[in-house]
Design a protein around this ligand. Structure first.
Ligand SMILES: NC(=O)c1ccc[n+]([C@@H]2O[C@H](COP(=O)([O-])OP(=O)(O)OC[C@H]3O[C@@H](n4cnc5c(N)ncnc54)[C@H](O)[C@@H]3O)[C@@H](O)[C@H]2O)c1
Length: 358
């Protein structure tokens, strides 16, 4: 697929190669209308170059929407490193990658994603100033799942208020699919709020953790059983594609709010949810606490400042659900519209010249 023929609207796509270290990376910048593009680096053994380009294009576009609605003065970008992280990751490769990110002069800030970790960002930062997601000892924000889960909780509260008139989850049953980094923190917030929990995970270690720390969580055998269980809220916190043509018709929950990315398996699922009266809090809105956490590093990380900003996910989710009702569209469509409005209204201000010749 050609980048131009795909008519994607991206500003810039950069191919980076360093043969001695084996680096092959693609950095995609969708938009810098609101500020420098921010998005993580995915390290993945793509089958083809085409697949790698596709992923970089899709992911960078999604980041532009996420960052806009998170209220960040940041655009959307993402990078992919084509290779097997277990085999190909090395100090020279990561540092070569850092030099390419640096060469963009701050148009793109990177961060962790699937296959890259805080230790890797520490290495990248030896060659590059435009890195977030570093370790705390290196001035970084640390584990972003902390504020991701906090933001999901806030988005869920907004959805509960829209659906049932009260933001409290007390007395509601929430089903969590995936008790990983995000799911565990989310479980704690919900229990503290008085919710009952059902959960499932494929990892025996995650189930053992739940049984030990929160014996009150009803553990369910598989996602299929969870979605058919008597739950009020469904929180997908594992992999993408949780909502599809098979799951939505049998889902008993009346609210969906979870941390997983790309929950809608394909376009059209948002309408199916709407027709069944299930309120869907768009994934990229409610799970933006993680990017809010790492974005704060750009200004010298301050957890409390980041936490307060992640708390505003409650207001943003409420605004999106209200817009969806007003305009008669599913919340996923309303979220996209709100992001595009912020690009147009705030991004436009950069056309007011501040002096200088360029
Ligand atoms: N960590 C973050 O800051 C962050 C930010 C935004 C979005 N997300 C998204 O949230 C989701 C969870 O992220 P995480 O950091 O908690 O990852 P994680 O790997 O720590 O946790 C995922 C959990 O899901 C479980 N799982 C996998 N397949 C499953 C299945 N079929 N059924 C049930 N459980 C299954 C895993 O065993 C694991 O415990 C991902 O989709 C991720 O992209 C994470």
């Amino acid at each position: 697929m050609g980048v131009f023929s795909a008519d994607t609207g991206h500003e810039q796509v950069v191919f980076c190669q360093d043969k001695p270290s084996g680096l092959r990376a693609i950095i995609a910048i969708y938009s810098t209308a609101l500020g420098p593009a921010l998005g993580g680096t995915r390290f993945h053994p793509y089958a083809t170059e085409d697949e790698a380009v596709h992923d970089a294009l899709d992911l960078s576009r999604a980041m532009a929407y996420k960052n806009a609605l998170a209220g960040l003065d940041l655009g959307g970008g993402k990078a992919v490193i084509w290779g097997d992280p277990a085999r190909d990751k090395s100090e020279p490769l990561l540092r070569a990658y850092g030099r390419f990110v640096e060469s963009l002069g701050g148009r793109y800030y990177t961060a962790c994603d699937v296959g890259t970790y805080v230790q890797d960002m520490d290495v990248v930062s030896k060659e590059c100033r435009y890195v977030t997601g570093r370790s705390e000892t290196n001035g970084g924000a640390g584990d972003s799942s902390v504020l991701t889960a906090y933001g999901v909780f806030q988005g869920m509260r907004a959805a509960a208020e829209h659906q049932w008139g009260s933001a409290s989850l007390a007395g509601r049953t929430v089903g969590i699919a995936g008790l990983g980094k995000v799911g565990k923190h989310l479980a704690r917030h919900l229990i503290e709020d008085g919710a009952s929990l059902a959960a499932t995970d494929v990892s025996p270690a995650a189930l053992e953790w739940a049984a030990k720390h929160y014996p009150q969580i009803a553990l369910v055998d598989g996602v299929d059983a969870l979605i058919r269980a008597d739950i009020d809220v469904y929180a997908p916190c594992a992999l993408g594609g949780a909502l599809d043509d098979d799951t939505v018709p049998v889902l008993r929950a009346k609210v969906v709010a979870g941390g997983a990315n790309n929950q809608l398996a394909h376009p059209g699922i948002e309408k199916l949810l709407d027709e069944r009266g299930i309120l869907y809090a768009p994934d990229y809105v409610v799970n933006s606490g993680g990017v809010i956490q790492v974005a704060d590093e750009i200004h010298g990380f301050n957890f409390e400042r980041a936490r307060q900003r992640a708390g505003r996910i409650y207001d943003t989710t409420k605004a999106i659900l209200a817009l969806a009702t007003d305009e008669g569209v599913p919340p996923a469509v309303a979220a996209d519209r709100l992001a595009e409005r912020r690009w147009a209204d705030v991004g436009r201000l950069r056309t007011i010249r501040l002096g200088g010749v360029r």
